[in-house]
Design a protein around this ligand. Structure first.
Ligand SMILES: [Cu+2]
Length: 274
């Protein structure tokens, strides 16, 4: 297989809006979106090893924001972006893995408003699925937008999302809903952009770790439960050995609720056919 490094133009807008998951809580939210239209899903970027992303990042909000990428050198960064302003930066991606781009201004407060997305770096022809996991504390987020930055001890999220969605809306998300055939190689790119550990349990199947930002020594481990700490990422390969529909969920069980109601939050169904 040959691969050629390419330069990919990527324009992103930091938009603000609200999240109305589960019971319409109107949670203040910011996200990196591919246009000026707000959505709770942060743009998912996928490149090949050796590619460069030529970023243009606009701040479409009335607050100052920032831009950085964890475990990747951002030339001239980290950046701050004034309201209405934009920055441009070319970032080469040399290494296989999953990376988190995020707002590092007033960290972790502004990031906890939602502005953190994933970049998958890998040359693969297998089906890819993406889980960007977050928690949401409305009181904390309202205070943050008002310029009050409370201590982490006061952080008490009641809502939990994958790609900005809470079960059962997750079931309609083709990006995160793991589907395929027996014998396929399914690649799952999992990022924890929240502030508490999430431990993902696959029922029915085991998967193999091919990348771990926190624990490179875990590569090649075959397991069914994968703890992912805050601002860490893993890539797993899942090769289904049988047909079936099985749950996959956070074993930190509070995260399978929304405002105390089960089963919302980080809960999914794997669907494997013959
Ligand atoms: Cu379980």
């Amino acid at each position: 297989m040959t691969s050629r490094a390419t330069i990919i133009e990527q324009e992103l807008w930091i938009n603000n809006g609200v999240s109305n998951i589960v019971d319409s809580p109107e949670i203040p939210y910011t996200a990196f979106n591919p246009s000026t239209e707000f959505e709770t899903l942060n743009a998912i970027l996928t490149v090949s090893i050796g590619d460069t992303i030529a970023f243009t990042i606009h701040n479409n909000d009335s607050l100052m924001h920032g831009f950085n990428i964890k475990n990747v050198t951002v030339p001239g960064g980290p950046y701050t972006i004034a309201p209405g302003d934009f920055i441009t930066v070319d970032v080469p991606f040399e290494n296989y893995g999953a990376y988190i781009y995020y707002d590092d201004y007033n960290y972790p407060h502004f990031k906890s408003l939602g502005a953190a997305g994933t970049i998958m770096v890998g040359n693969t022809e297998h089906p890819l699925f993406y889980w960007n996991m977050k928690e949401h504390d409305k009181t904390w987020n309202v205070a943050t937008t008002e310029g009050v930055y409370g201590p982490i001890e006061d952080y008490a999220p009641l809502y939990f999302t994958i790609n900005g969605l809470s079960n059962p809306e997750t079931q309609d998300d083709p990006l995160s809903r793991i589907t395929g055939n027996v014998g396929d190689t399914l690649v799952v790119c999992i990022a924890n952009t929240g502030q508490m550990t999430h431990s993902i349990h696959f029922h029915g199947y085991h998967a193999t770790i091919t990348y771990s930002s926190a624990n490179p020594g875990h590569i090649h481990r075959i397991k069914d439960t994968f703890p992912v700490q805050e601002m860490e990422t893993i890539l797993v390969y899942l090769v289904p050995d049988k047909i079936g529909k099985y749950p996959v969920h956070d074993h930190n069980l509070v995260a399978t609720s929304g405002n105390g109601i089960y089963a919302n939050g980080m809960f999914h169904i794997i669907d494997i056919v013959e």
